[in-house]
Write a protein that binds this ligand. Structure first.
Ligand code: HEC
Ligand code: HEC
Ligand code: HEC
Ligand code: HEC
Ligand code: HEC
Ligand code: HEC
Ligand code: HEC
Length: 311
């Protein structure tokens, strides 16, 4: 009798070992691979010096400027695909830059020409040109650290210019009482905005696109072209301009709609008296209701105590 031929086995020790070796090699290369994501474009090894903290320069205005560039921030910034030398030229040390807010804006403006042009015409930009460092420039609105190397794209949820975050970005200065007093700006613009319908709706909006249609600072004042509110071309100057601004969203709004708008001011006998008196009437009604409740409770307690005392 013939011995029954065995099926050839495909799973041999030799093959198993080969598979194990391949798997091990793959695993080692996977682990060794740098998976931090994109590296900063640093074709000239600028970060060899600028990537370590402790390098400073004092500019003409006497401000000590850190020359440290945080590679981690650069890696996630809007400009991560632009090499240092594209913005700084291949010989950045040959020309000493003033390193002021104005020279910074000028450099941003070499690429972002129209944003720069509008910015220079704004109340912030006009002051900047005169050497005033208190006002907003590009990085105050585009980088959480106010740094040219950590500019964030405007539609990223953590961008200072992202709609939900704008009020807070403006508030860095406009909610600073001492700073605002220097410029005679008396209204508590941030507080009053957060109290308004719009502010509450933005605050409650959970990053949902649907909530982003509510007005924030920049819908009423603009952003690169923010004007003084006394400038007749400001979108909030005078009833006509203001009505047009509201009509961007409240399409059916008429003069009455705007007449009842408090702006940043509290209602008073002069400013929107109707709202002022309505508020007073409401307060009187509310106080009456509470007082009535209190009287009823006190009367009940007195009656109860008297009864027990008589017993
Ligand atoms: C060997 C170290 C070193 C390297 C490499 C280096 N820097 Fe610098 N950098 C310095 C020092 C030191 C200063 C301060 C010079 C001073 O005080 O005037 C400086 C200043 C600067 C400034 C401020 C210029 C000014 O005076 O206004 C810029 C911008 C700059 N570096 C960019 C770069 C770029 C871009 C590269 C890569 C192409 C680079 N650096 C490579 C050491 C270095
Ligand atoms: C998208 C343009 C851009 C890129 C890319 C860029 N920078 Fe800058 N950098 C600027 C601007 C704008 C300033 C502010 C200049 C001023 O104040 O006059 C600046 C300032 C600096 C300064 C002075 C200190 C400071 O923070 O103000 C140093 C140092 C510097 N950059 C190094 C670098 C290095 C190193 C890289 C690459 C890793 C780099 N930059 C990439 C735009 C850029
Ligand atoms: C007062 C705050 C503020 C200042 C100052 C400012 N920006 Fe903006 N910027 C914004 C806001 C807010 C947006 C986003 C508007 C939107 O939601 O579309 C924006 C948008 C942008 C955009 C996206 C494209 C566009 O134009 O909408 C670029 C690029 C930009 N800014 C660059 C700059 C530069 C460069 C400067 C300085 C010359 C600057 N910004 C100054 C607030 C500011
Ligand atoms: C060398 C030219 C150059 C310079 C200088 C430059 N940028 Fe840009 N910027 C760009 C380019 C290109 C993009 C688009 C990047 C992308 O889409 O990946 C961009 C994107 C941006 C965005 C995001 C726009 C959006 O739609 O979200 C902002 C904000 C911005 N830049 C602000 C600035 C500021 C502030 C400065 C100065 C600190 C500056 N830029 C300097 C070229 C430049
Ligand atoms: C719905 C429209 C609207 C919104 C939203 C809005 N404002 Fe105003 N803002 C006005 C009007 C109208 C005025 C002029 C009358 C007034 O002062 O109330 C004004 C005035 C101002 C002034 C000048 C105040 C003074 O005392 O001279 C500043 C500064 C200002 N706004 C900043 C802001 C900031 C910052 C935000 C966001 C936190 C904001 N505004 C949101 C409409 C708006
Ligand atoms: C880095 C600080 C800073 C930031 C950020 C800033 N501002 Fe200002 N802003 C100022 C200063 C300072 C003035 C006063 C300038 C003057 O009156 O000469 C001013 C003036 C104004 C005025 C004119 C006020 C008037 O009296 O008519 C308006 C409106 C305004 N800012 C709106 C905004 C809005 C909206 C934002 C946010 C998108 C913003 N600002 C962000 C500093 C800032
Ligand atoms: C960018 C769009 C936008 C602009 C500009 C705007 N609003 Fe609104 N507003 C809204 C949205 C959206 C709501 C609804 C908020 C909610 O209830 O969730 C709202 C709500 C209101 C409310 C609450 C009652 C109601 O009708 O829902 C009043 C009052 C109001 N806005 C007044 C104004 C005035 C006055 C102006 C001009 C000075 C103005 N708004 C400009 C988007 C805007």
């Amino acid at each position: 009798m013939m011995k029954p031929e065995r099926e050839p086995r495909w799973l041999t020790w030799k093959r198993l070992t080969l598979c194990a070796v391949i798997a091990f090699t793959l695993a080692v290369s996977w682990v060794a691979l740098d998976r931090d994501g994109a590296r900063a474009l640093d074709e000239n090894a600028c970060l060899a010096c600028h990537g370590t903290e402790g390098l400073y320069k004092t500019n003409e205005a006497g401000d000590k400027i850190s020359l440290f560039v945080d590679e981690k921030a650069v890696n996630t910034a809007a400009h991560r695909y632009i090499d240092c030398t594209t913005c700084h030229t291949a010989a950045p040390h040959d020309v000493a830059t003033p390193l002021t807010k104005l020279s910074l804006a000028e450099k941003c403006g070499t690429c972002h020409k129209s944003e720069y042009k509008f910015h220079l015409q704004s109340i912030h930009g006009q002051q900047l040109v005169q050497g005033n460092p208190d006002v907003a420039t590009c990085v105050d609105c585009h980088s959480p650290e106010g740094n040219p190397h950590s500019v964030i794209r405007v539609l990223e949820y953590n961008a200072p210019a992202y709609k939900k975050n704008i009020a807070e970005t403006c508030a860095k200065c406009h909610d600073n009482k001492a700073l605002m007093a220097d410029y005679g700006i008396v209204e508590k613009v941030y507080e009053s905005f957060m109290r308004s319908f719009h502010g509450k709706a933005i605050d409650l909006g959970n990053y949902q696109i649907g909530q982003l249609d509510v007005a924030t600072c920049t819908n009423c004042h603009g952003y690169h072209d923010v004007k003084s509110v006394n400038d007749p071309t400001s979108p909030v100057a005078g009833m006509d301009n203001l009505l047009k601004t509201c009509q961007q969203c409240h399409v059916d709004a008429g003069p009455q709609f705007v007449a009842g708008f408090l702006g940043h001011k509290e209602a008073s006998t002069e400013h929107v008296p109707a709202a002022h008196y309505t508020e007073i009437i409401f307060r009187v009604i509310l106080t009456t209701v509470i007082a009535f409740g209190a009287v009823v409770v006190i009367a009940a307690i007195v009656r109860f105590s008297l009864k027990r005392w008589r017993k």
